[in-house]
Write a protein that binds this ligand. Sequence first.
Ligand code: NAD
Length: 493
Amino acid sequence: VQENHQQASEEAQSFGTFEAWIGGSSHPAESGETFETRDPVVDEPILSVPRCDEVDVDAAVEAAQDAFENEWGNATPAERSEALLEWVSVLRDNIEELAILESLDVGKPLSYAKGEVNKGIDFIEYYANICRAEGGKEIAAANDAHIYTRREPYGVVGCVTPWNYPLVLTSWKIGPALAAGNAVVLKPAEQSPLTALRIAELSEGVLPDGVFNVVPGFGQEAGAPLTGHSDVQKVSFTGEDVTGEEVMKSAASNITPVTLELGGKSPFVVFPDADIEQAAETVAGSITYNTGQSCDACSRALVHEDVRDEFVEKLVEEMESHTIGDTLAEGTTFGPLVSEAQYEKVTSYLELGVEEGATLATGGNAVEAEGTDDGWFVEPAVFVDADNDMRIAQEEIFGPVETVITFSDYDEAIELANDVEFGLAAGVATENGSLAHRAAADIDAGSVWVNKFYGRTVTGSPFGGFKRSGMGRECSRDTLNAYTQEKTVHVPI
Ligand code: NAD
């Protein structure tokens, strides 16, 4: 494993320069500082990238502003669409290489990384296509005037992304932002900046210089100067709720509108008439995909007391069925946590759950994947005998840890489902169609899935949160409007 990963890292270094991408070319940080991005399977560095700060952010925002004013902001939707579709085609030609970078950076099984890279490119393509058909509207408000609206891009959009789905989450922002006619400055997560840097390099000669800029670095040093920048006209952030608060405050100083995609503690409600086997498979799939490091992972299974034993038995079987190990090897279904910090966080919750009085039905141990004893691996875990007041049921663990809680009737199920600060996603398992619709209406969440849990990657389907899970929606047709401002024109006739 060590050798495989060392070889892959060396190969990755040859893919590009992995410098900051500003104004259409590669740059080191002005300070000359760098930081290492690490491979969590073997806990070894992959490569060094510039540690950008305020000075680099200023340069990137200026480059973006120039590109917006000189060319991109005045291009027609058809011209933007054409350029973006050409970029999409270049990205598609480089899927293998992008998947290796994504797999190494986050510790994802390579086949999953490939699927996600594909999805990310799909999102850019989707917005490149639909921007041709979007625009203002005619207002039928008066007989003596022609009143219509124009949808105009903001100018420079500042995007900040987390580490768990680097390319997909980047595409959710830059796809609509660029298609709508804005120029973008992106600050990727410090744990996994490689694919963002590489797709920027792959935009050379395809997108006008300065339209897309990437400044790798840390939150306080590069993220905060971007979200609080007075020349940034729109901020789009994905990350933790507490960081979202900071971002909103910094944007508030310039009255900059924000889109916030934040955390979750999503429930899956299993009614007694459900297909229990399928429900358990669904929960296990959701909480173990990407090693549980998904904002919308189904981390609370709310199960009717009559079917609890059957459900837990099947859930445990599913959680134990993973092939844990080398993410570059075929057949691996479960990789490590992204970093030592994430490992410490997840294992601290495993201890806390036991202290709080819950019982571990399976997992929770550190495991050594064959051939590497340095990776940040933990076994998928299931807590039973838990109640919803426990911290393991209220806080986002962001790891492969499921908490099972029982209920006895519909009202209790809905009360438990809604009794958290978050409201990103939820699921309902039942064979009764009207019960499914009723529960979907009663649960406070941005997405509710019936008899499944994961539909957000459908291009065009809105995704976003209620409550502390954020504001605004990504992935949908309407998202284009979030990256434009509406102007009303009145002409007397
Ligand atoms: P994080 O909030 O720690 O970091 C996210 C990004 O913000 C990083 O790029 C970081 O460098 C930057 N940042 C940190 N402090 C900042 C500041 N003061 N100003 C500006 N930028 C700053 O989150 P994370 O640990 O990278 O990601 C995990 C979190 O993201 C989880 O809570 C997860 O639920 C959430 N998430 C949400 C969605 C969604 O679509 N709702 C998707 C994926 C992840």
